[in-house]
Write a protein that binds this ligand. Structure first.
Ligand SMILES: *Cc1c(COP(=O)(O)O)cnc(C)c1O
Length: 426
């Protein structure tokens, strides 16, 4: 059977159902093409993409510059392994460390691998630099976190579906409430074996849960006071999504151009990136840190066959360059403000939506129904009929995260699709 033989969405769904593991529950949209903010299904129906592959496609689908960089490199050399050097990796490392203002970068492929890398660096730093007794280091994590799907990462999740029957769990993590600086201060005072705190500046998967403005700066301050590494998982929030280069930039307006010593910038000790680092063209993730932290990793202590391959390096460089050239952070901030204010006007007039929240173009609405109701799913099915793809996250919450190349006219068009659809559920 060939891909050309798949003529209908139903046929494609049946194939996946029969031959693929059932580890996802997708909306029944079978996509075959993407361009900018749009995707097309097998029946040639056109949609606005309001998920952007969980914020991997910030630069828009099939961005020509990123695709060009990828094909050019793919036609030259694709993989060398780290047993040898390649002529692209160092250029990318220099580019990205300048871009984000860190001494060093460690390249991986998926987000979960980058989180694992950060955890390993943090533990090693704790034993070798902070002097914590071996096997004793603890990392602080936050309730309702999402950091990926490995056995260690799901060990500190509190999503039953992600955790149940995958034990025994990896020890060494202390979980505290999110957006609660007092809880953090308490743990830091009570324990002297804390190596780091791993945090999402906005909890995307939890439903775009946006903490109070002073929470992240407070986390940073407390970590510094207690000689604990502040690790920011910006896999979903980073790279312009929330209207700044990073969500930890807060209200800093630098677009990645300033020295970022701005008072509102909560500079992480370890920065974790993935998703939009490649604009969705290729799996690329990375961990960035300064020498005092990164240098604890020596030859043979960590690695990945594909990590730092020349295609990944070429793609990531171009993806970051596009973010800067097209001023995507600025666009996300302006159109995000517009999107929330338009939806808020509607929310004042209706009972179907409780609220809209988020920052930049990472937003969510909370549907006025119980968490186990199917209303959010039904609304997403209706949005699909009306030409806009979004997916519920956690029951009654719908995330809205279009590619950041979206225009003002397109955002207004989408606002009217969303409101029209919601009105049918009033
Ligand atoms: C998506 C995501 C991950 C995991 O990335 P994968 O590439 O799916 O492994 C980790 N942390 C956050 C915040 C994410 O959004």
């Amino acid at each position: 059977m060939k891909v050309e033989d798949v003529k209908t969405s139903a046929q494609a769904i049946e194939l996946e159902d029969k031959h693929g593991a059932h580890n996802y529950h997708p909306l029944p949209a079978v996509l075959k093409k993407g361009d900018g903010v749009f995707v097309w299904d097998v029946e040639d129906k056109k949609y606005y993409d309001f998920l952007s592959a969980y914020s991997a496609v910030n630069q828009g689908h099939c961005h020509p510059r990123i695709v060009d960089a990828m094909t050019k490199q793919a036609n030259t050399i694709t993989l060398t392994s780290r047993a040898f050097h390649n002529n692209v990796l160092g250029v990318f490392e220099k580019y990205a460390t300048d871009y984000f203002n860190f001494d060093k970068l460690l390249p991986m492929n998926t987000g979960a691998e980058a989180v694992e890398t950060a955890i390993k660096i943090c533990r090693k730093w704790a034993y070798e630099k902070k002097g914590i007794k071996e096997q004793d280091a603890q990392i602080i994590v936050f309730e309702n976190n999402f950091h990926g799907r490995t056995t260690t990462i799901i060990s500190f999740s509190n999503d039953e579906g992600a955790r149940k029957n995958f034990g025994p769990y990896t020890p060494g993590f202390i979980k505290i409430p999110y957006d609660d600086a007092d809880a953090l201060e308490k743990v830091l005072k009570e324990h002297d074996n804390i190596a780091g705190a791993l945090i999402e500046p906005i909890q995307g998967e939890a439903g775009v849960y946006t903490p109070s403005d002073d929470f992240i700066p407070k986390v940073k301050e407390l970590c510094q006071q207690h000689d604990v590494l502040f690790m920011a998982d910006e896999i979903q929030t980073g790279i312009a999504r929330t209207g700044a280069l990073l969500a930890v930039c807060g209200k800093c307006d630098c677009q990645g151009h300033c020295e970022r010593q701005d008072a509102t910038y909560s500079r992480p000790d370890i920065l974790i990136l993935g998703k939009a680092l490649s604009g969705g063209a290729y799996p690329v993730s990375a961990v960035l840190a300064d020498d005092a932290v990164m240098n604890v990793i020596q030859p043979g202590q960590h690695g990945s066959t594909f990590g730092g391959n020349p295609v990944a390096a070429a793609v990531a460089m171009e993806a970051l360059e596009v973010v800067r050239d097209e001023k995507l952070a600025q666009n996300a901030r302006e159109l995000g403000d517009l999107f929330r204010s338009e939806l808020n006007k509607f929310i004042e007039t209706t009972d179907i939506v409780k609220l809209v929240r988020g920052r930049g173009l990472l937003n969510a609405i909370v549907i006025n129904d119980t968490e186990d109701s199917s209303t959010a799913w039904d609304i997403c099915m209706a949005l699909k009929e009306n030409g806009l793809l979004a997916k519920p996250t956690h029951g009654n919450i719908i995330r809205f995260a279009p590619p950041l190349v979206i225009t003002k006219d397109q955002i207004m068009d989408c606002v009217s699709i969303i409101i029209k659809t919601l009105k049918d559920f009033e």
